[in-house]
Design a binder for this molecule. Structure first.
Ligand SMILES: Cc1ncc(COP(=O)(O)O)c(C=O)c1O
Length: 504
């Protein structure tokens, strides 16, 4: 039987959207124990009728509660209470749980729960312009040069190419990375370079080496979804720190550093994913000073650093750091070849030693052939030439995206023009459908995107969406935005009528 005690007063005058009121109240009832684990919730239609609200509000609320692990859905049986904030990601002890209070997230389920995953899978159909994934453009991949590099490596090194490589990386590549990052102002020796399986593994290794289970990592809010997934899988806790046009809010970060046992600060100072923000120099310096003062290491993700098509480059945090308090992670994925899975970490001292041990345990070694191919592409200047050409084209695609957004989206949609990277972060007007509500119509219209909520550890981003314009040619960008605009207008019209009808 559905739980009969579900008492949810809805305030129609409130500025808080109805579905968020539902989320807040259902969460509170689960956390207080009023709704016990395992109890069944009314079907969305039943609850919508009982509360005289739109069914879409209930569907959205249930979806978000499922995404954050509060509810679970069983096909044909209904929606059930799965757990509370305490049971979702338990801290080492109860005091810490209470101390972290509202600021700490329950850490979202890996990316999305089943129903949202299914939604996203719908976007895989042929003919859909899917702006959702964070992949770099495949038409940029220098296929012939890669083939030549691979052939060259095999001819030169023979069977050695297929042996186990040194766990810390192929020595010539470590030296090439040292030279490569020196152009950004990061000066280190090849012994400070650890080669990894992409940036994702670099982030995972750093998190594992610094954080234990239930330890807390502060991140920008919103942040890179892959890090939220890692935290979930490794049972670590995320402390989301609000983010503004200049990056992580240091006033709030400092309060958190005072109140909580933060063990690591993860940031993307240049072309932040998903918002595209660049942290200005003064904030970089302040962040370094703050982290040093509280003795908390910084994990800097530089994977978009080189994808700049406008403005002057800024030094990565590691280039400004005088205390070896920054660990730098990046890769040759977004800027060259995602599929060869070559990334790197630059770190010093005991942390480097620890990282090297964890890396060897994780996968013994990164494939030697791929490392040699990347090393040759660096040595031959292929990456430098690619970057120059790719960034010019990315700028054209960015301009096409902005022009198309201006042409096809309602004037009240807002964005900041990115100076680099692959993404446009759009904010929809509050009076229309939110990003989740728009998603189905958009897919039906033949376009998809990443919903803003998935980048937030603790709710938020409901009206935001991330568009990866970088992966598409200008004509597809134009067509994708045309479809998106049509989906928004169609839905807004129905949405207004539907909401009106329910209020009558
Ligand atoms: C900020 C950020 N870091 C890391 C990664 C992972 O990149 P890689 O393909 O190098 O593992 C991504 C991929 O989307 C990303 O956006």
């Amino acid at each position: 039987m559905p739980n009969p005690d579900l008492n949810i007063p809805i305030d129609r005058e409130s500025e808080e959207p109805i579905y968020r009121q539902l989320i807040r109240q259902i969460r509170a009832q689960i956390d207080s124990g009023a709704l016990a684990t395992g109890s069944r919730l009314p079907a969305s239609r039943e609850l919508a009728d009982a509360l005289a609200i739109s069914r879409i509000s209930v569907v959205n609320a249930y979806a978000e509660l499922r995404a954050s692990g509060y509810l679970s859905a069983h096909a044909g049986r209904g929606t059930f209470v799965a757990g509370s904030a305490d049971t979702l990601a338990p801290m080492a002890n109860g005091a810490q749980v209470r101390a972290l209070g509202a600021a700490t997230t329950s850490i979202p389920a890996p990316v999305l729960d089943k129903s949202l995953r299914e939604l996203m899978n719908m976007a895989r159909k042929p003919g859909i312009i899917n702006f959702g994934p964070g992949a770099p453009p495949l038409d940029f991949v220098p296929v012939m040069q890669i083939r030549d590099a691979i052939n060259h490596a095999i001819e030169r090194d023979g069977a050695k190419v297929f042996g186990y490589e040194d766990p810390e990386g192929y020595a010539p590549l470590r030296a090439s990375v040292r030279d490569y990052v020196s152009a950004f102002g990061i000066h280190c020796s090849a012994e400070n370079v650890l080669i990894t399986g992409g940036t994702q593994q670099a982030l995972d290794l750093v998190m594992q080496s610094v954080l234990g289970e239930h330890d807390v990592m502060a991140t920008e809010d919103p942040t890179y979804i892959g890090v939220l997934d890692l935290a979930r899988t490794r049972r670590m806790r995320i402390l989301p720190v609000p983010h503004d046009k200049e990056g992580i809010r240091l006033d709030i970060l400092e309060n958190y550093l005072l109140d909580h046992q933060v063990r690591l600060i993860y940031v993307m100072p240049t072309f932040h994913n998903p918002t595209g923000t660049v942290m200005p120099l003064h904030r970089r310096r302040q962040l370094l000073a703050l982290a040093h003062q509280y003795r908390v290491p910084i994990l800097e993700d530089g994977v978009y650093h080189e994808l700049r098509y406008e403005g002057d480059p800024l030094p990565p945090l590691m280039a400004l750091d005088e205390h070896h308090n920054v660990i730098h992670a990046s890769g040759f994925t977004k800027n060259l070849i995602p599929g060869l899975r070559i990334g790197y970490i630059i770190a010093h001292g005991s942390i480097y030693e620890r990282l090297a041990r964890i890396k060897a345990t994780a996968d013994i070694s990164t494939p030697g052939l791929n490392q040699r191919a990347i090393q040759l592409l660096l040595e031959h200047g292929t990456l430098a030439r690619q970057l120059e050409r790719n960034n010019q084209e990315l700028r054209r695609r960015r301009d096409a995206a902005i022009a198309a957004a201006e042409r096809h989206l309602p004037p009240s949609v807002r964005w900041t023009v990115p100076q680099g990277g692959l993404y446009l972060w759009l904010e929809l007007p509050r009076e229309g459908p939110n990003a989740a509500e728009l998603y189905l119509s958009a897919v039906q219209m033949g376009v998809a995107y990443a919903m803003g909520t998935v980048f937030h550890a603790n709710g938020g981003g409901t009206y935001h969406l991330r568009i990866n314009f970088g992966a598409f040619k200008s004509d597809q960008i134009e067509e994708g935005f045309r479809r998106l605009g049509r989906a928004w207008r169609d839905l807004s019209r129905n949405y207004a009528d539907y909401e009106k009808a329910l209020l009558l």
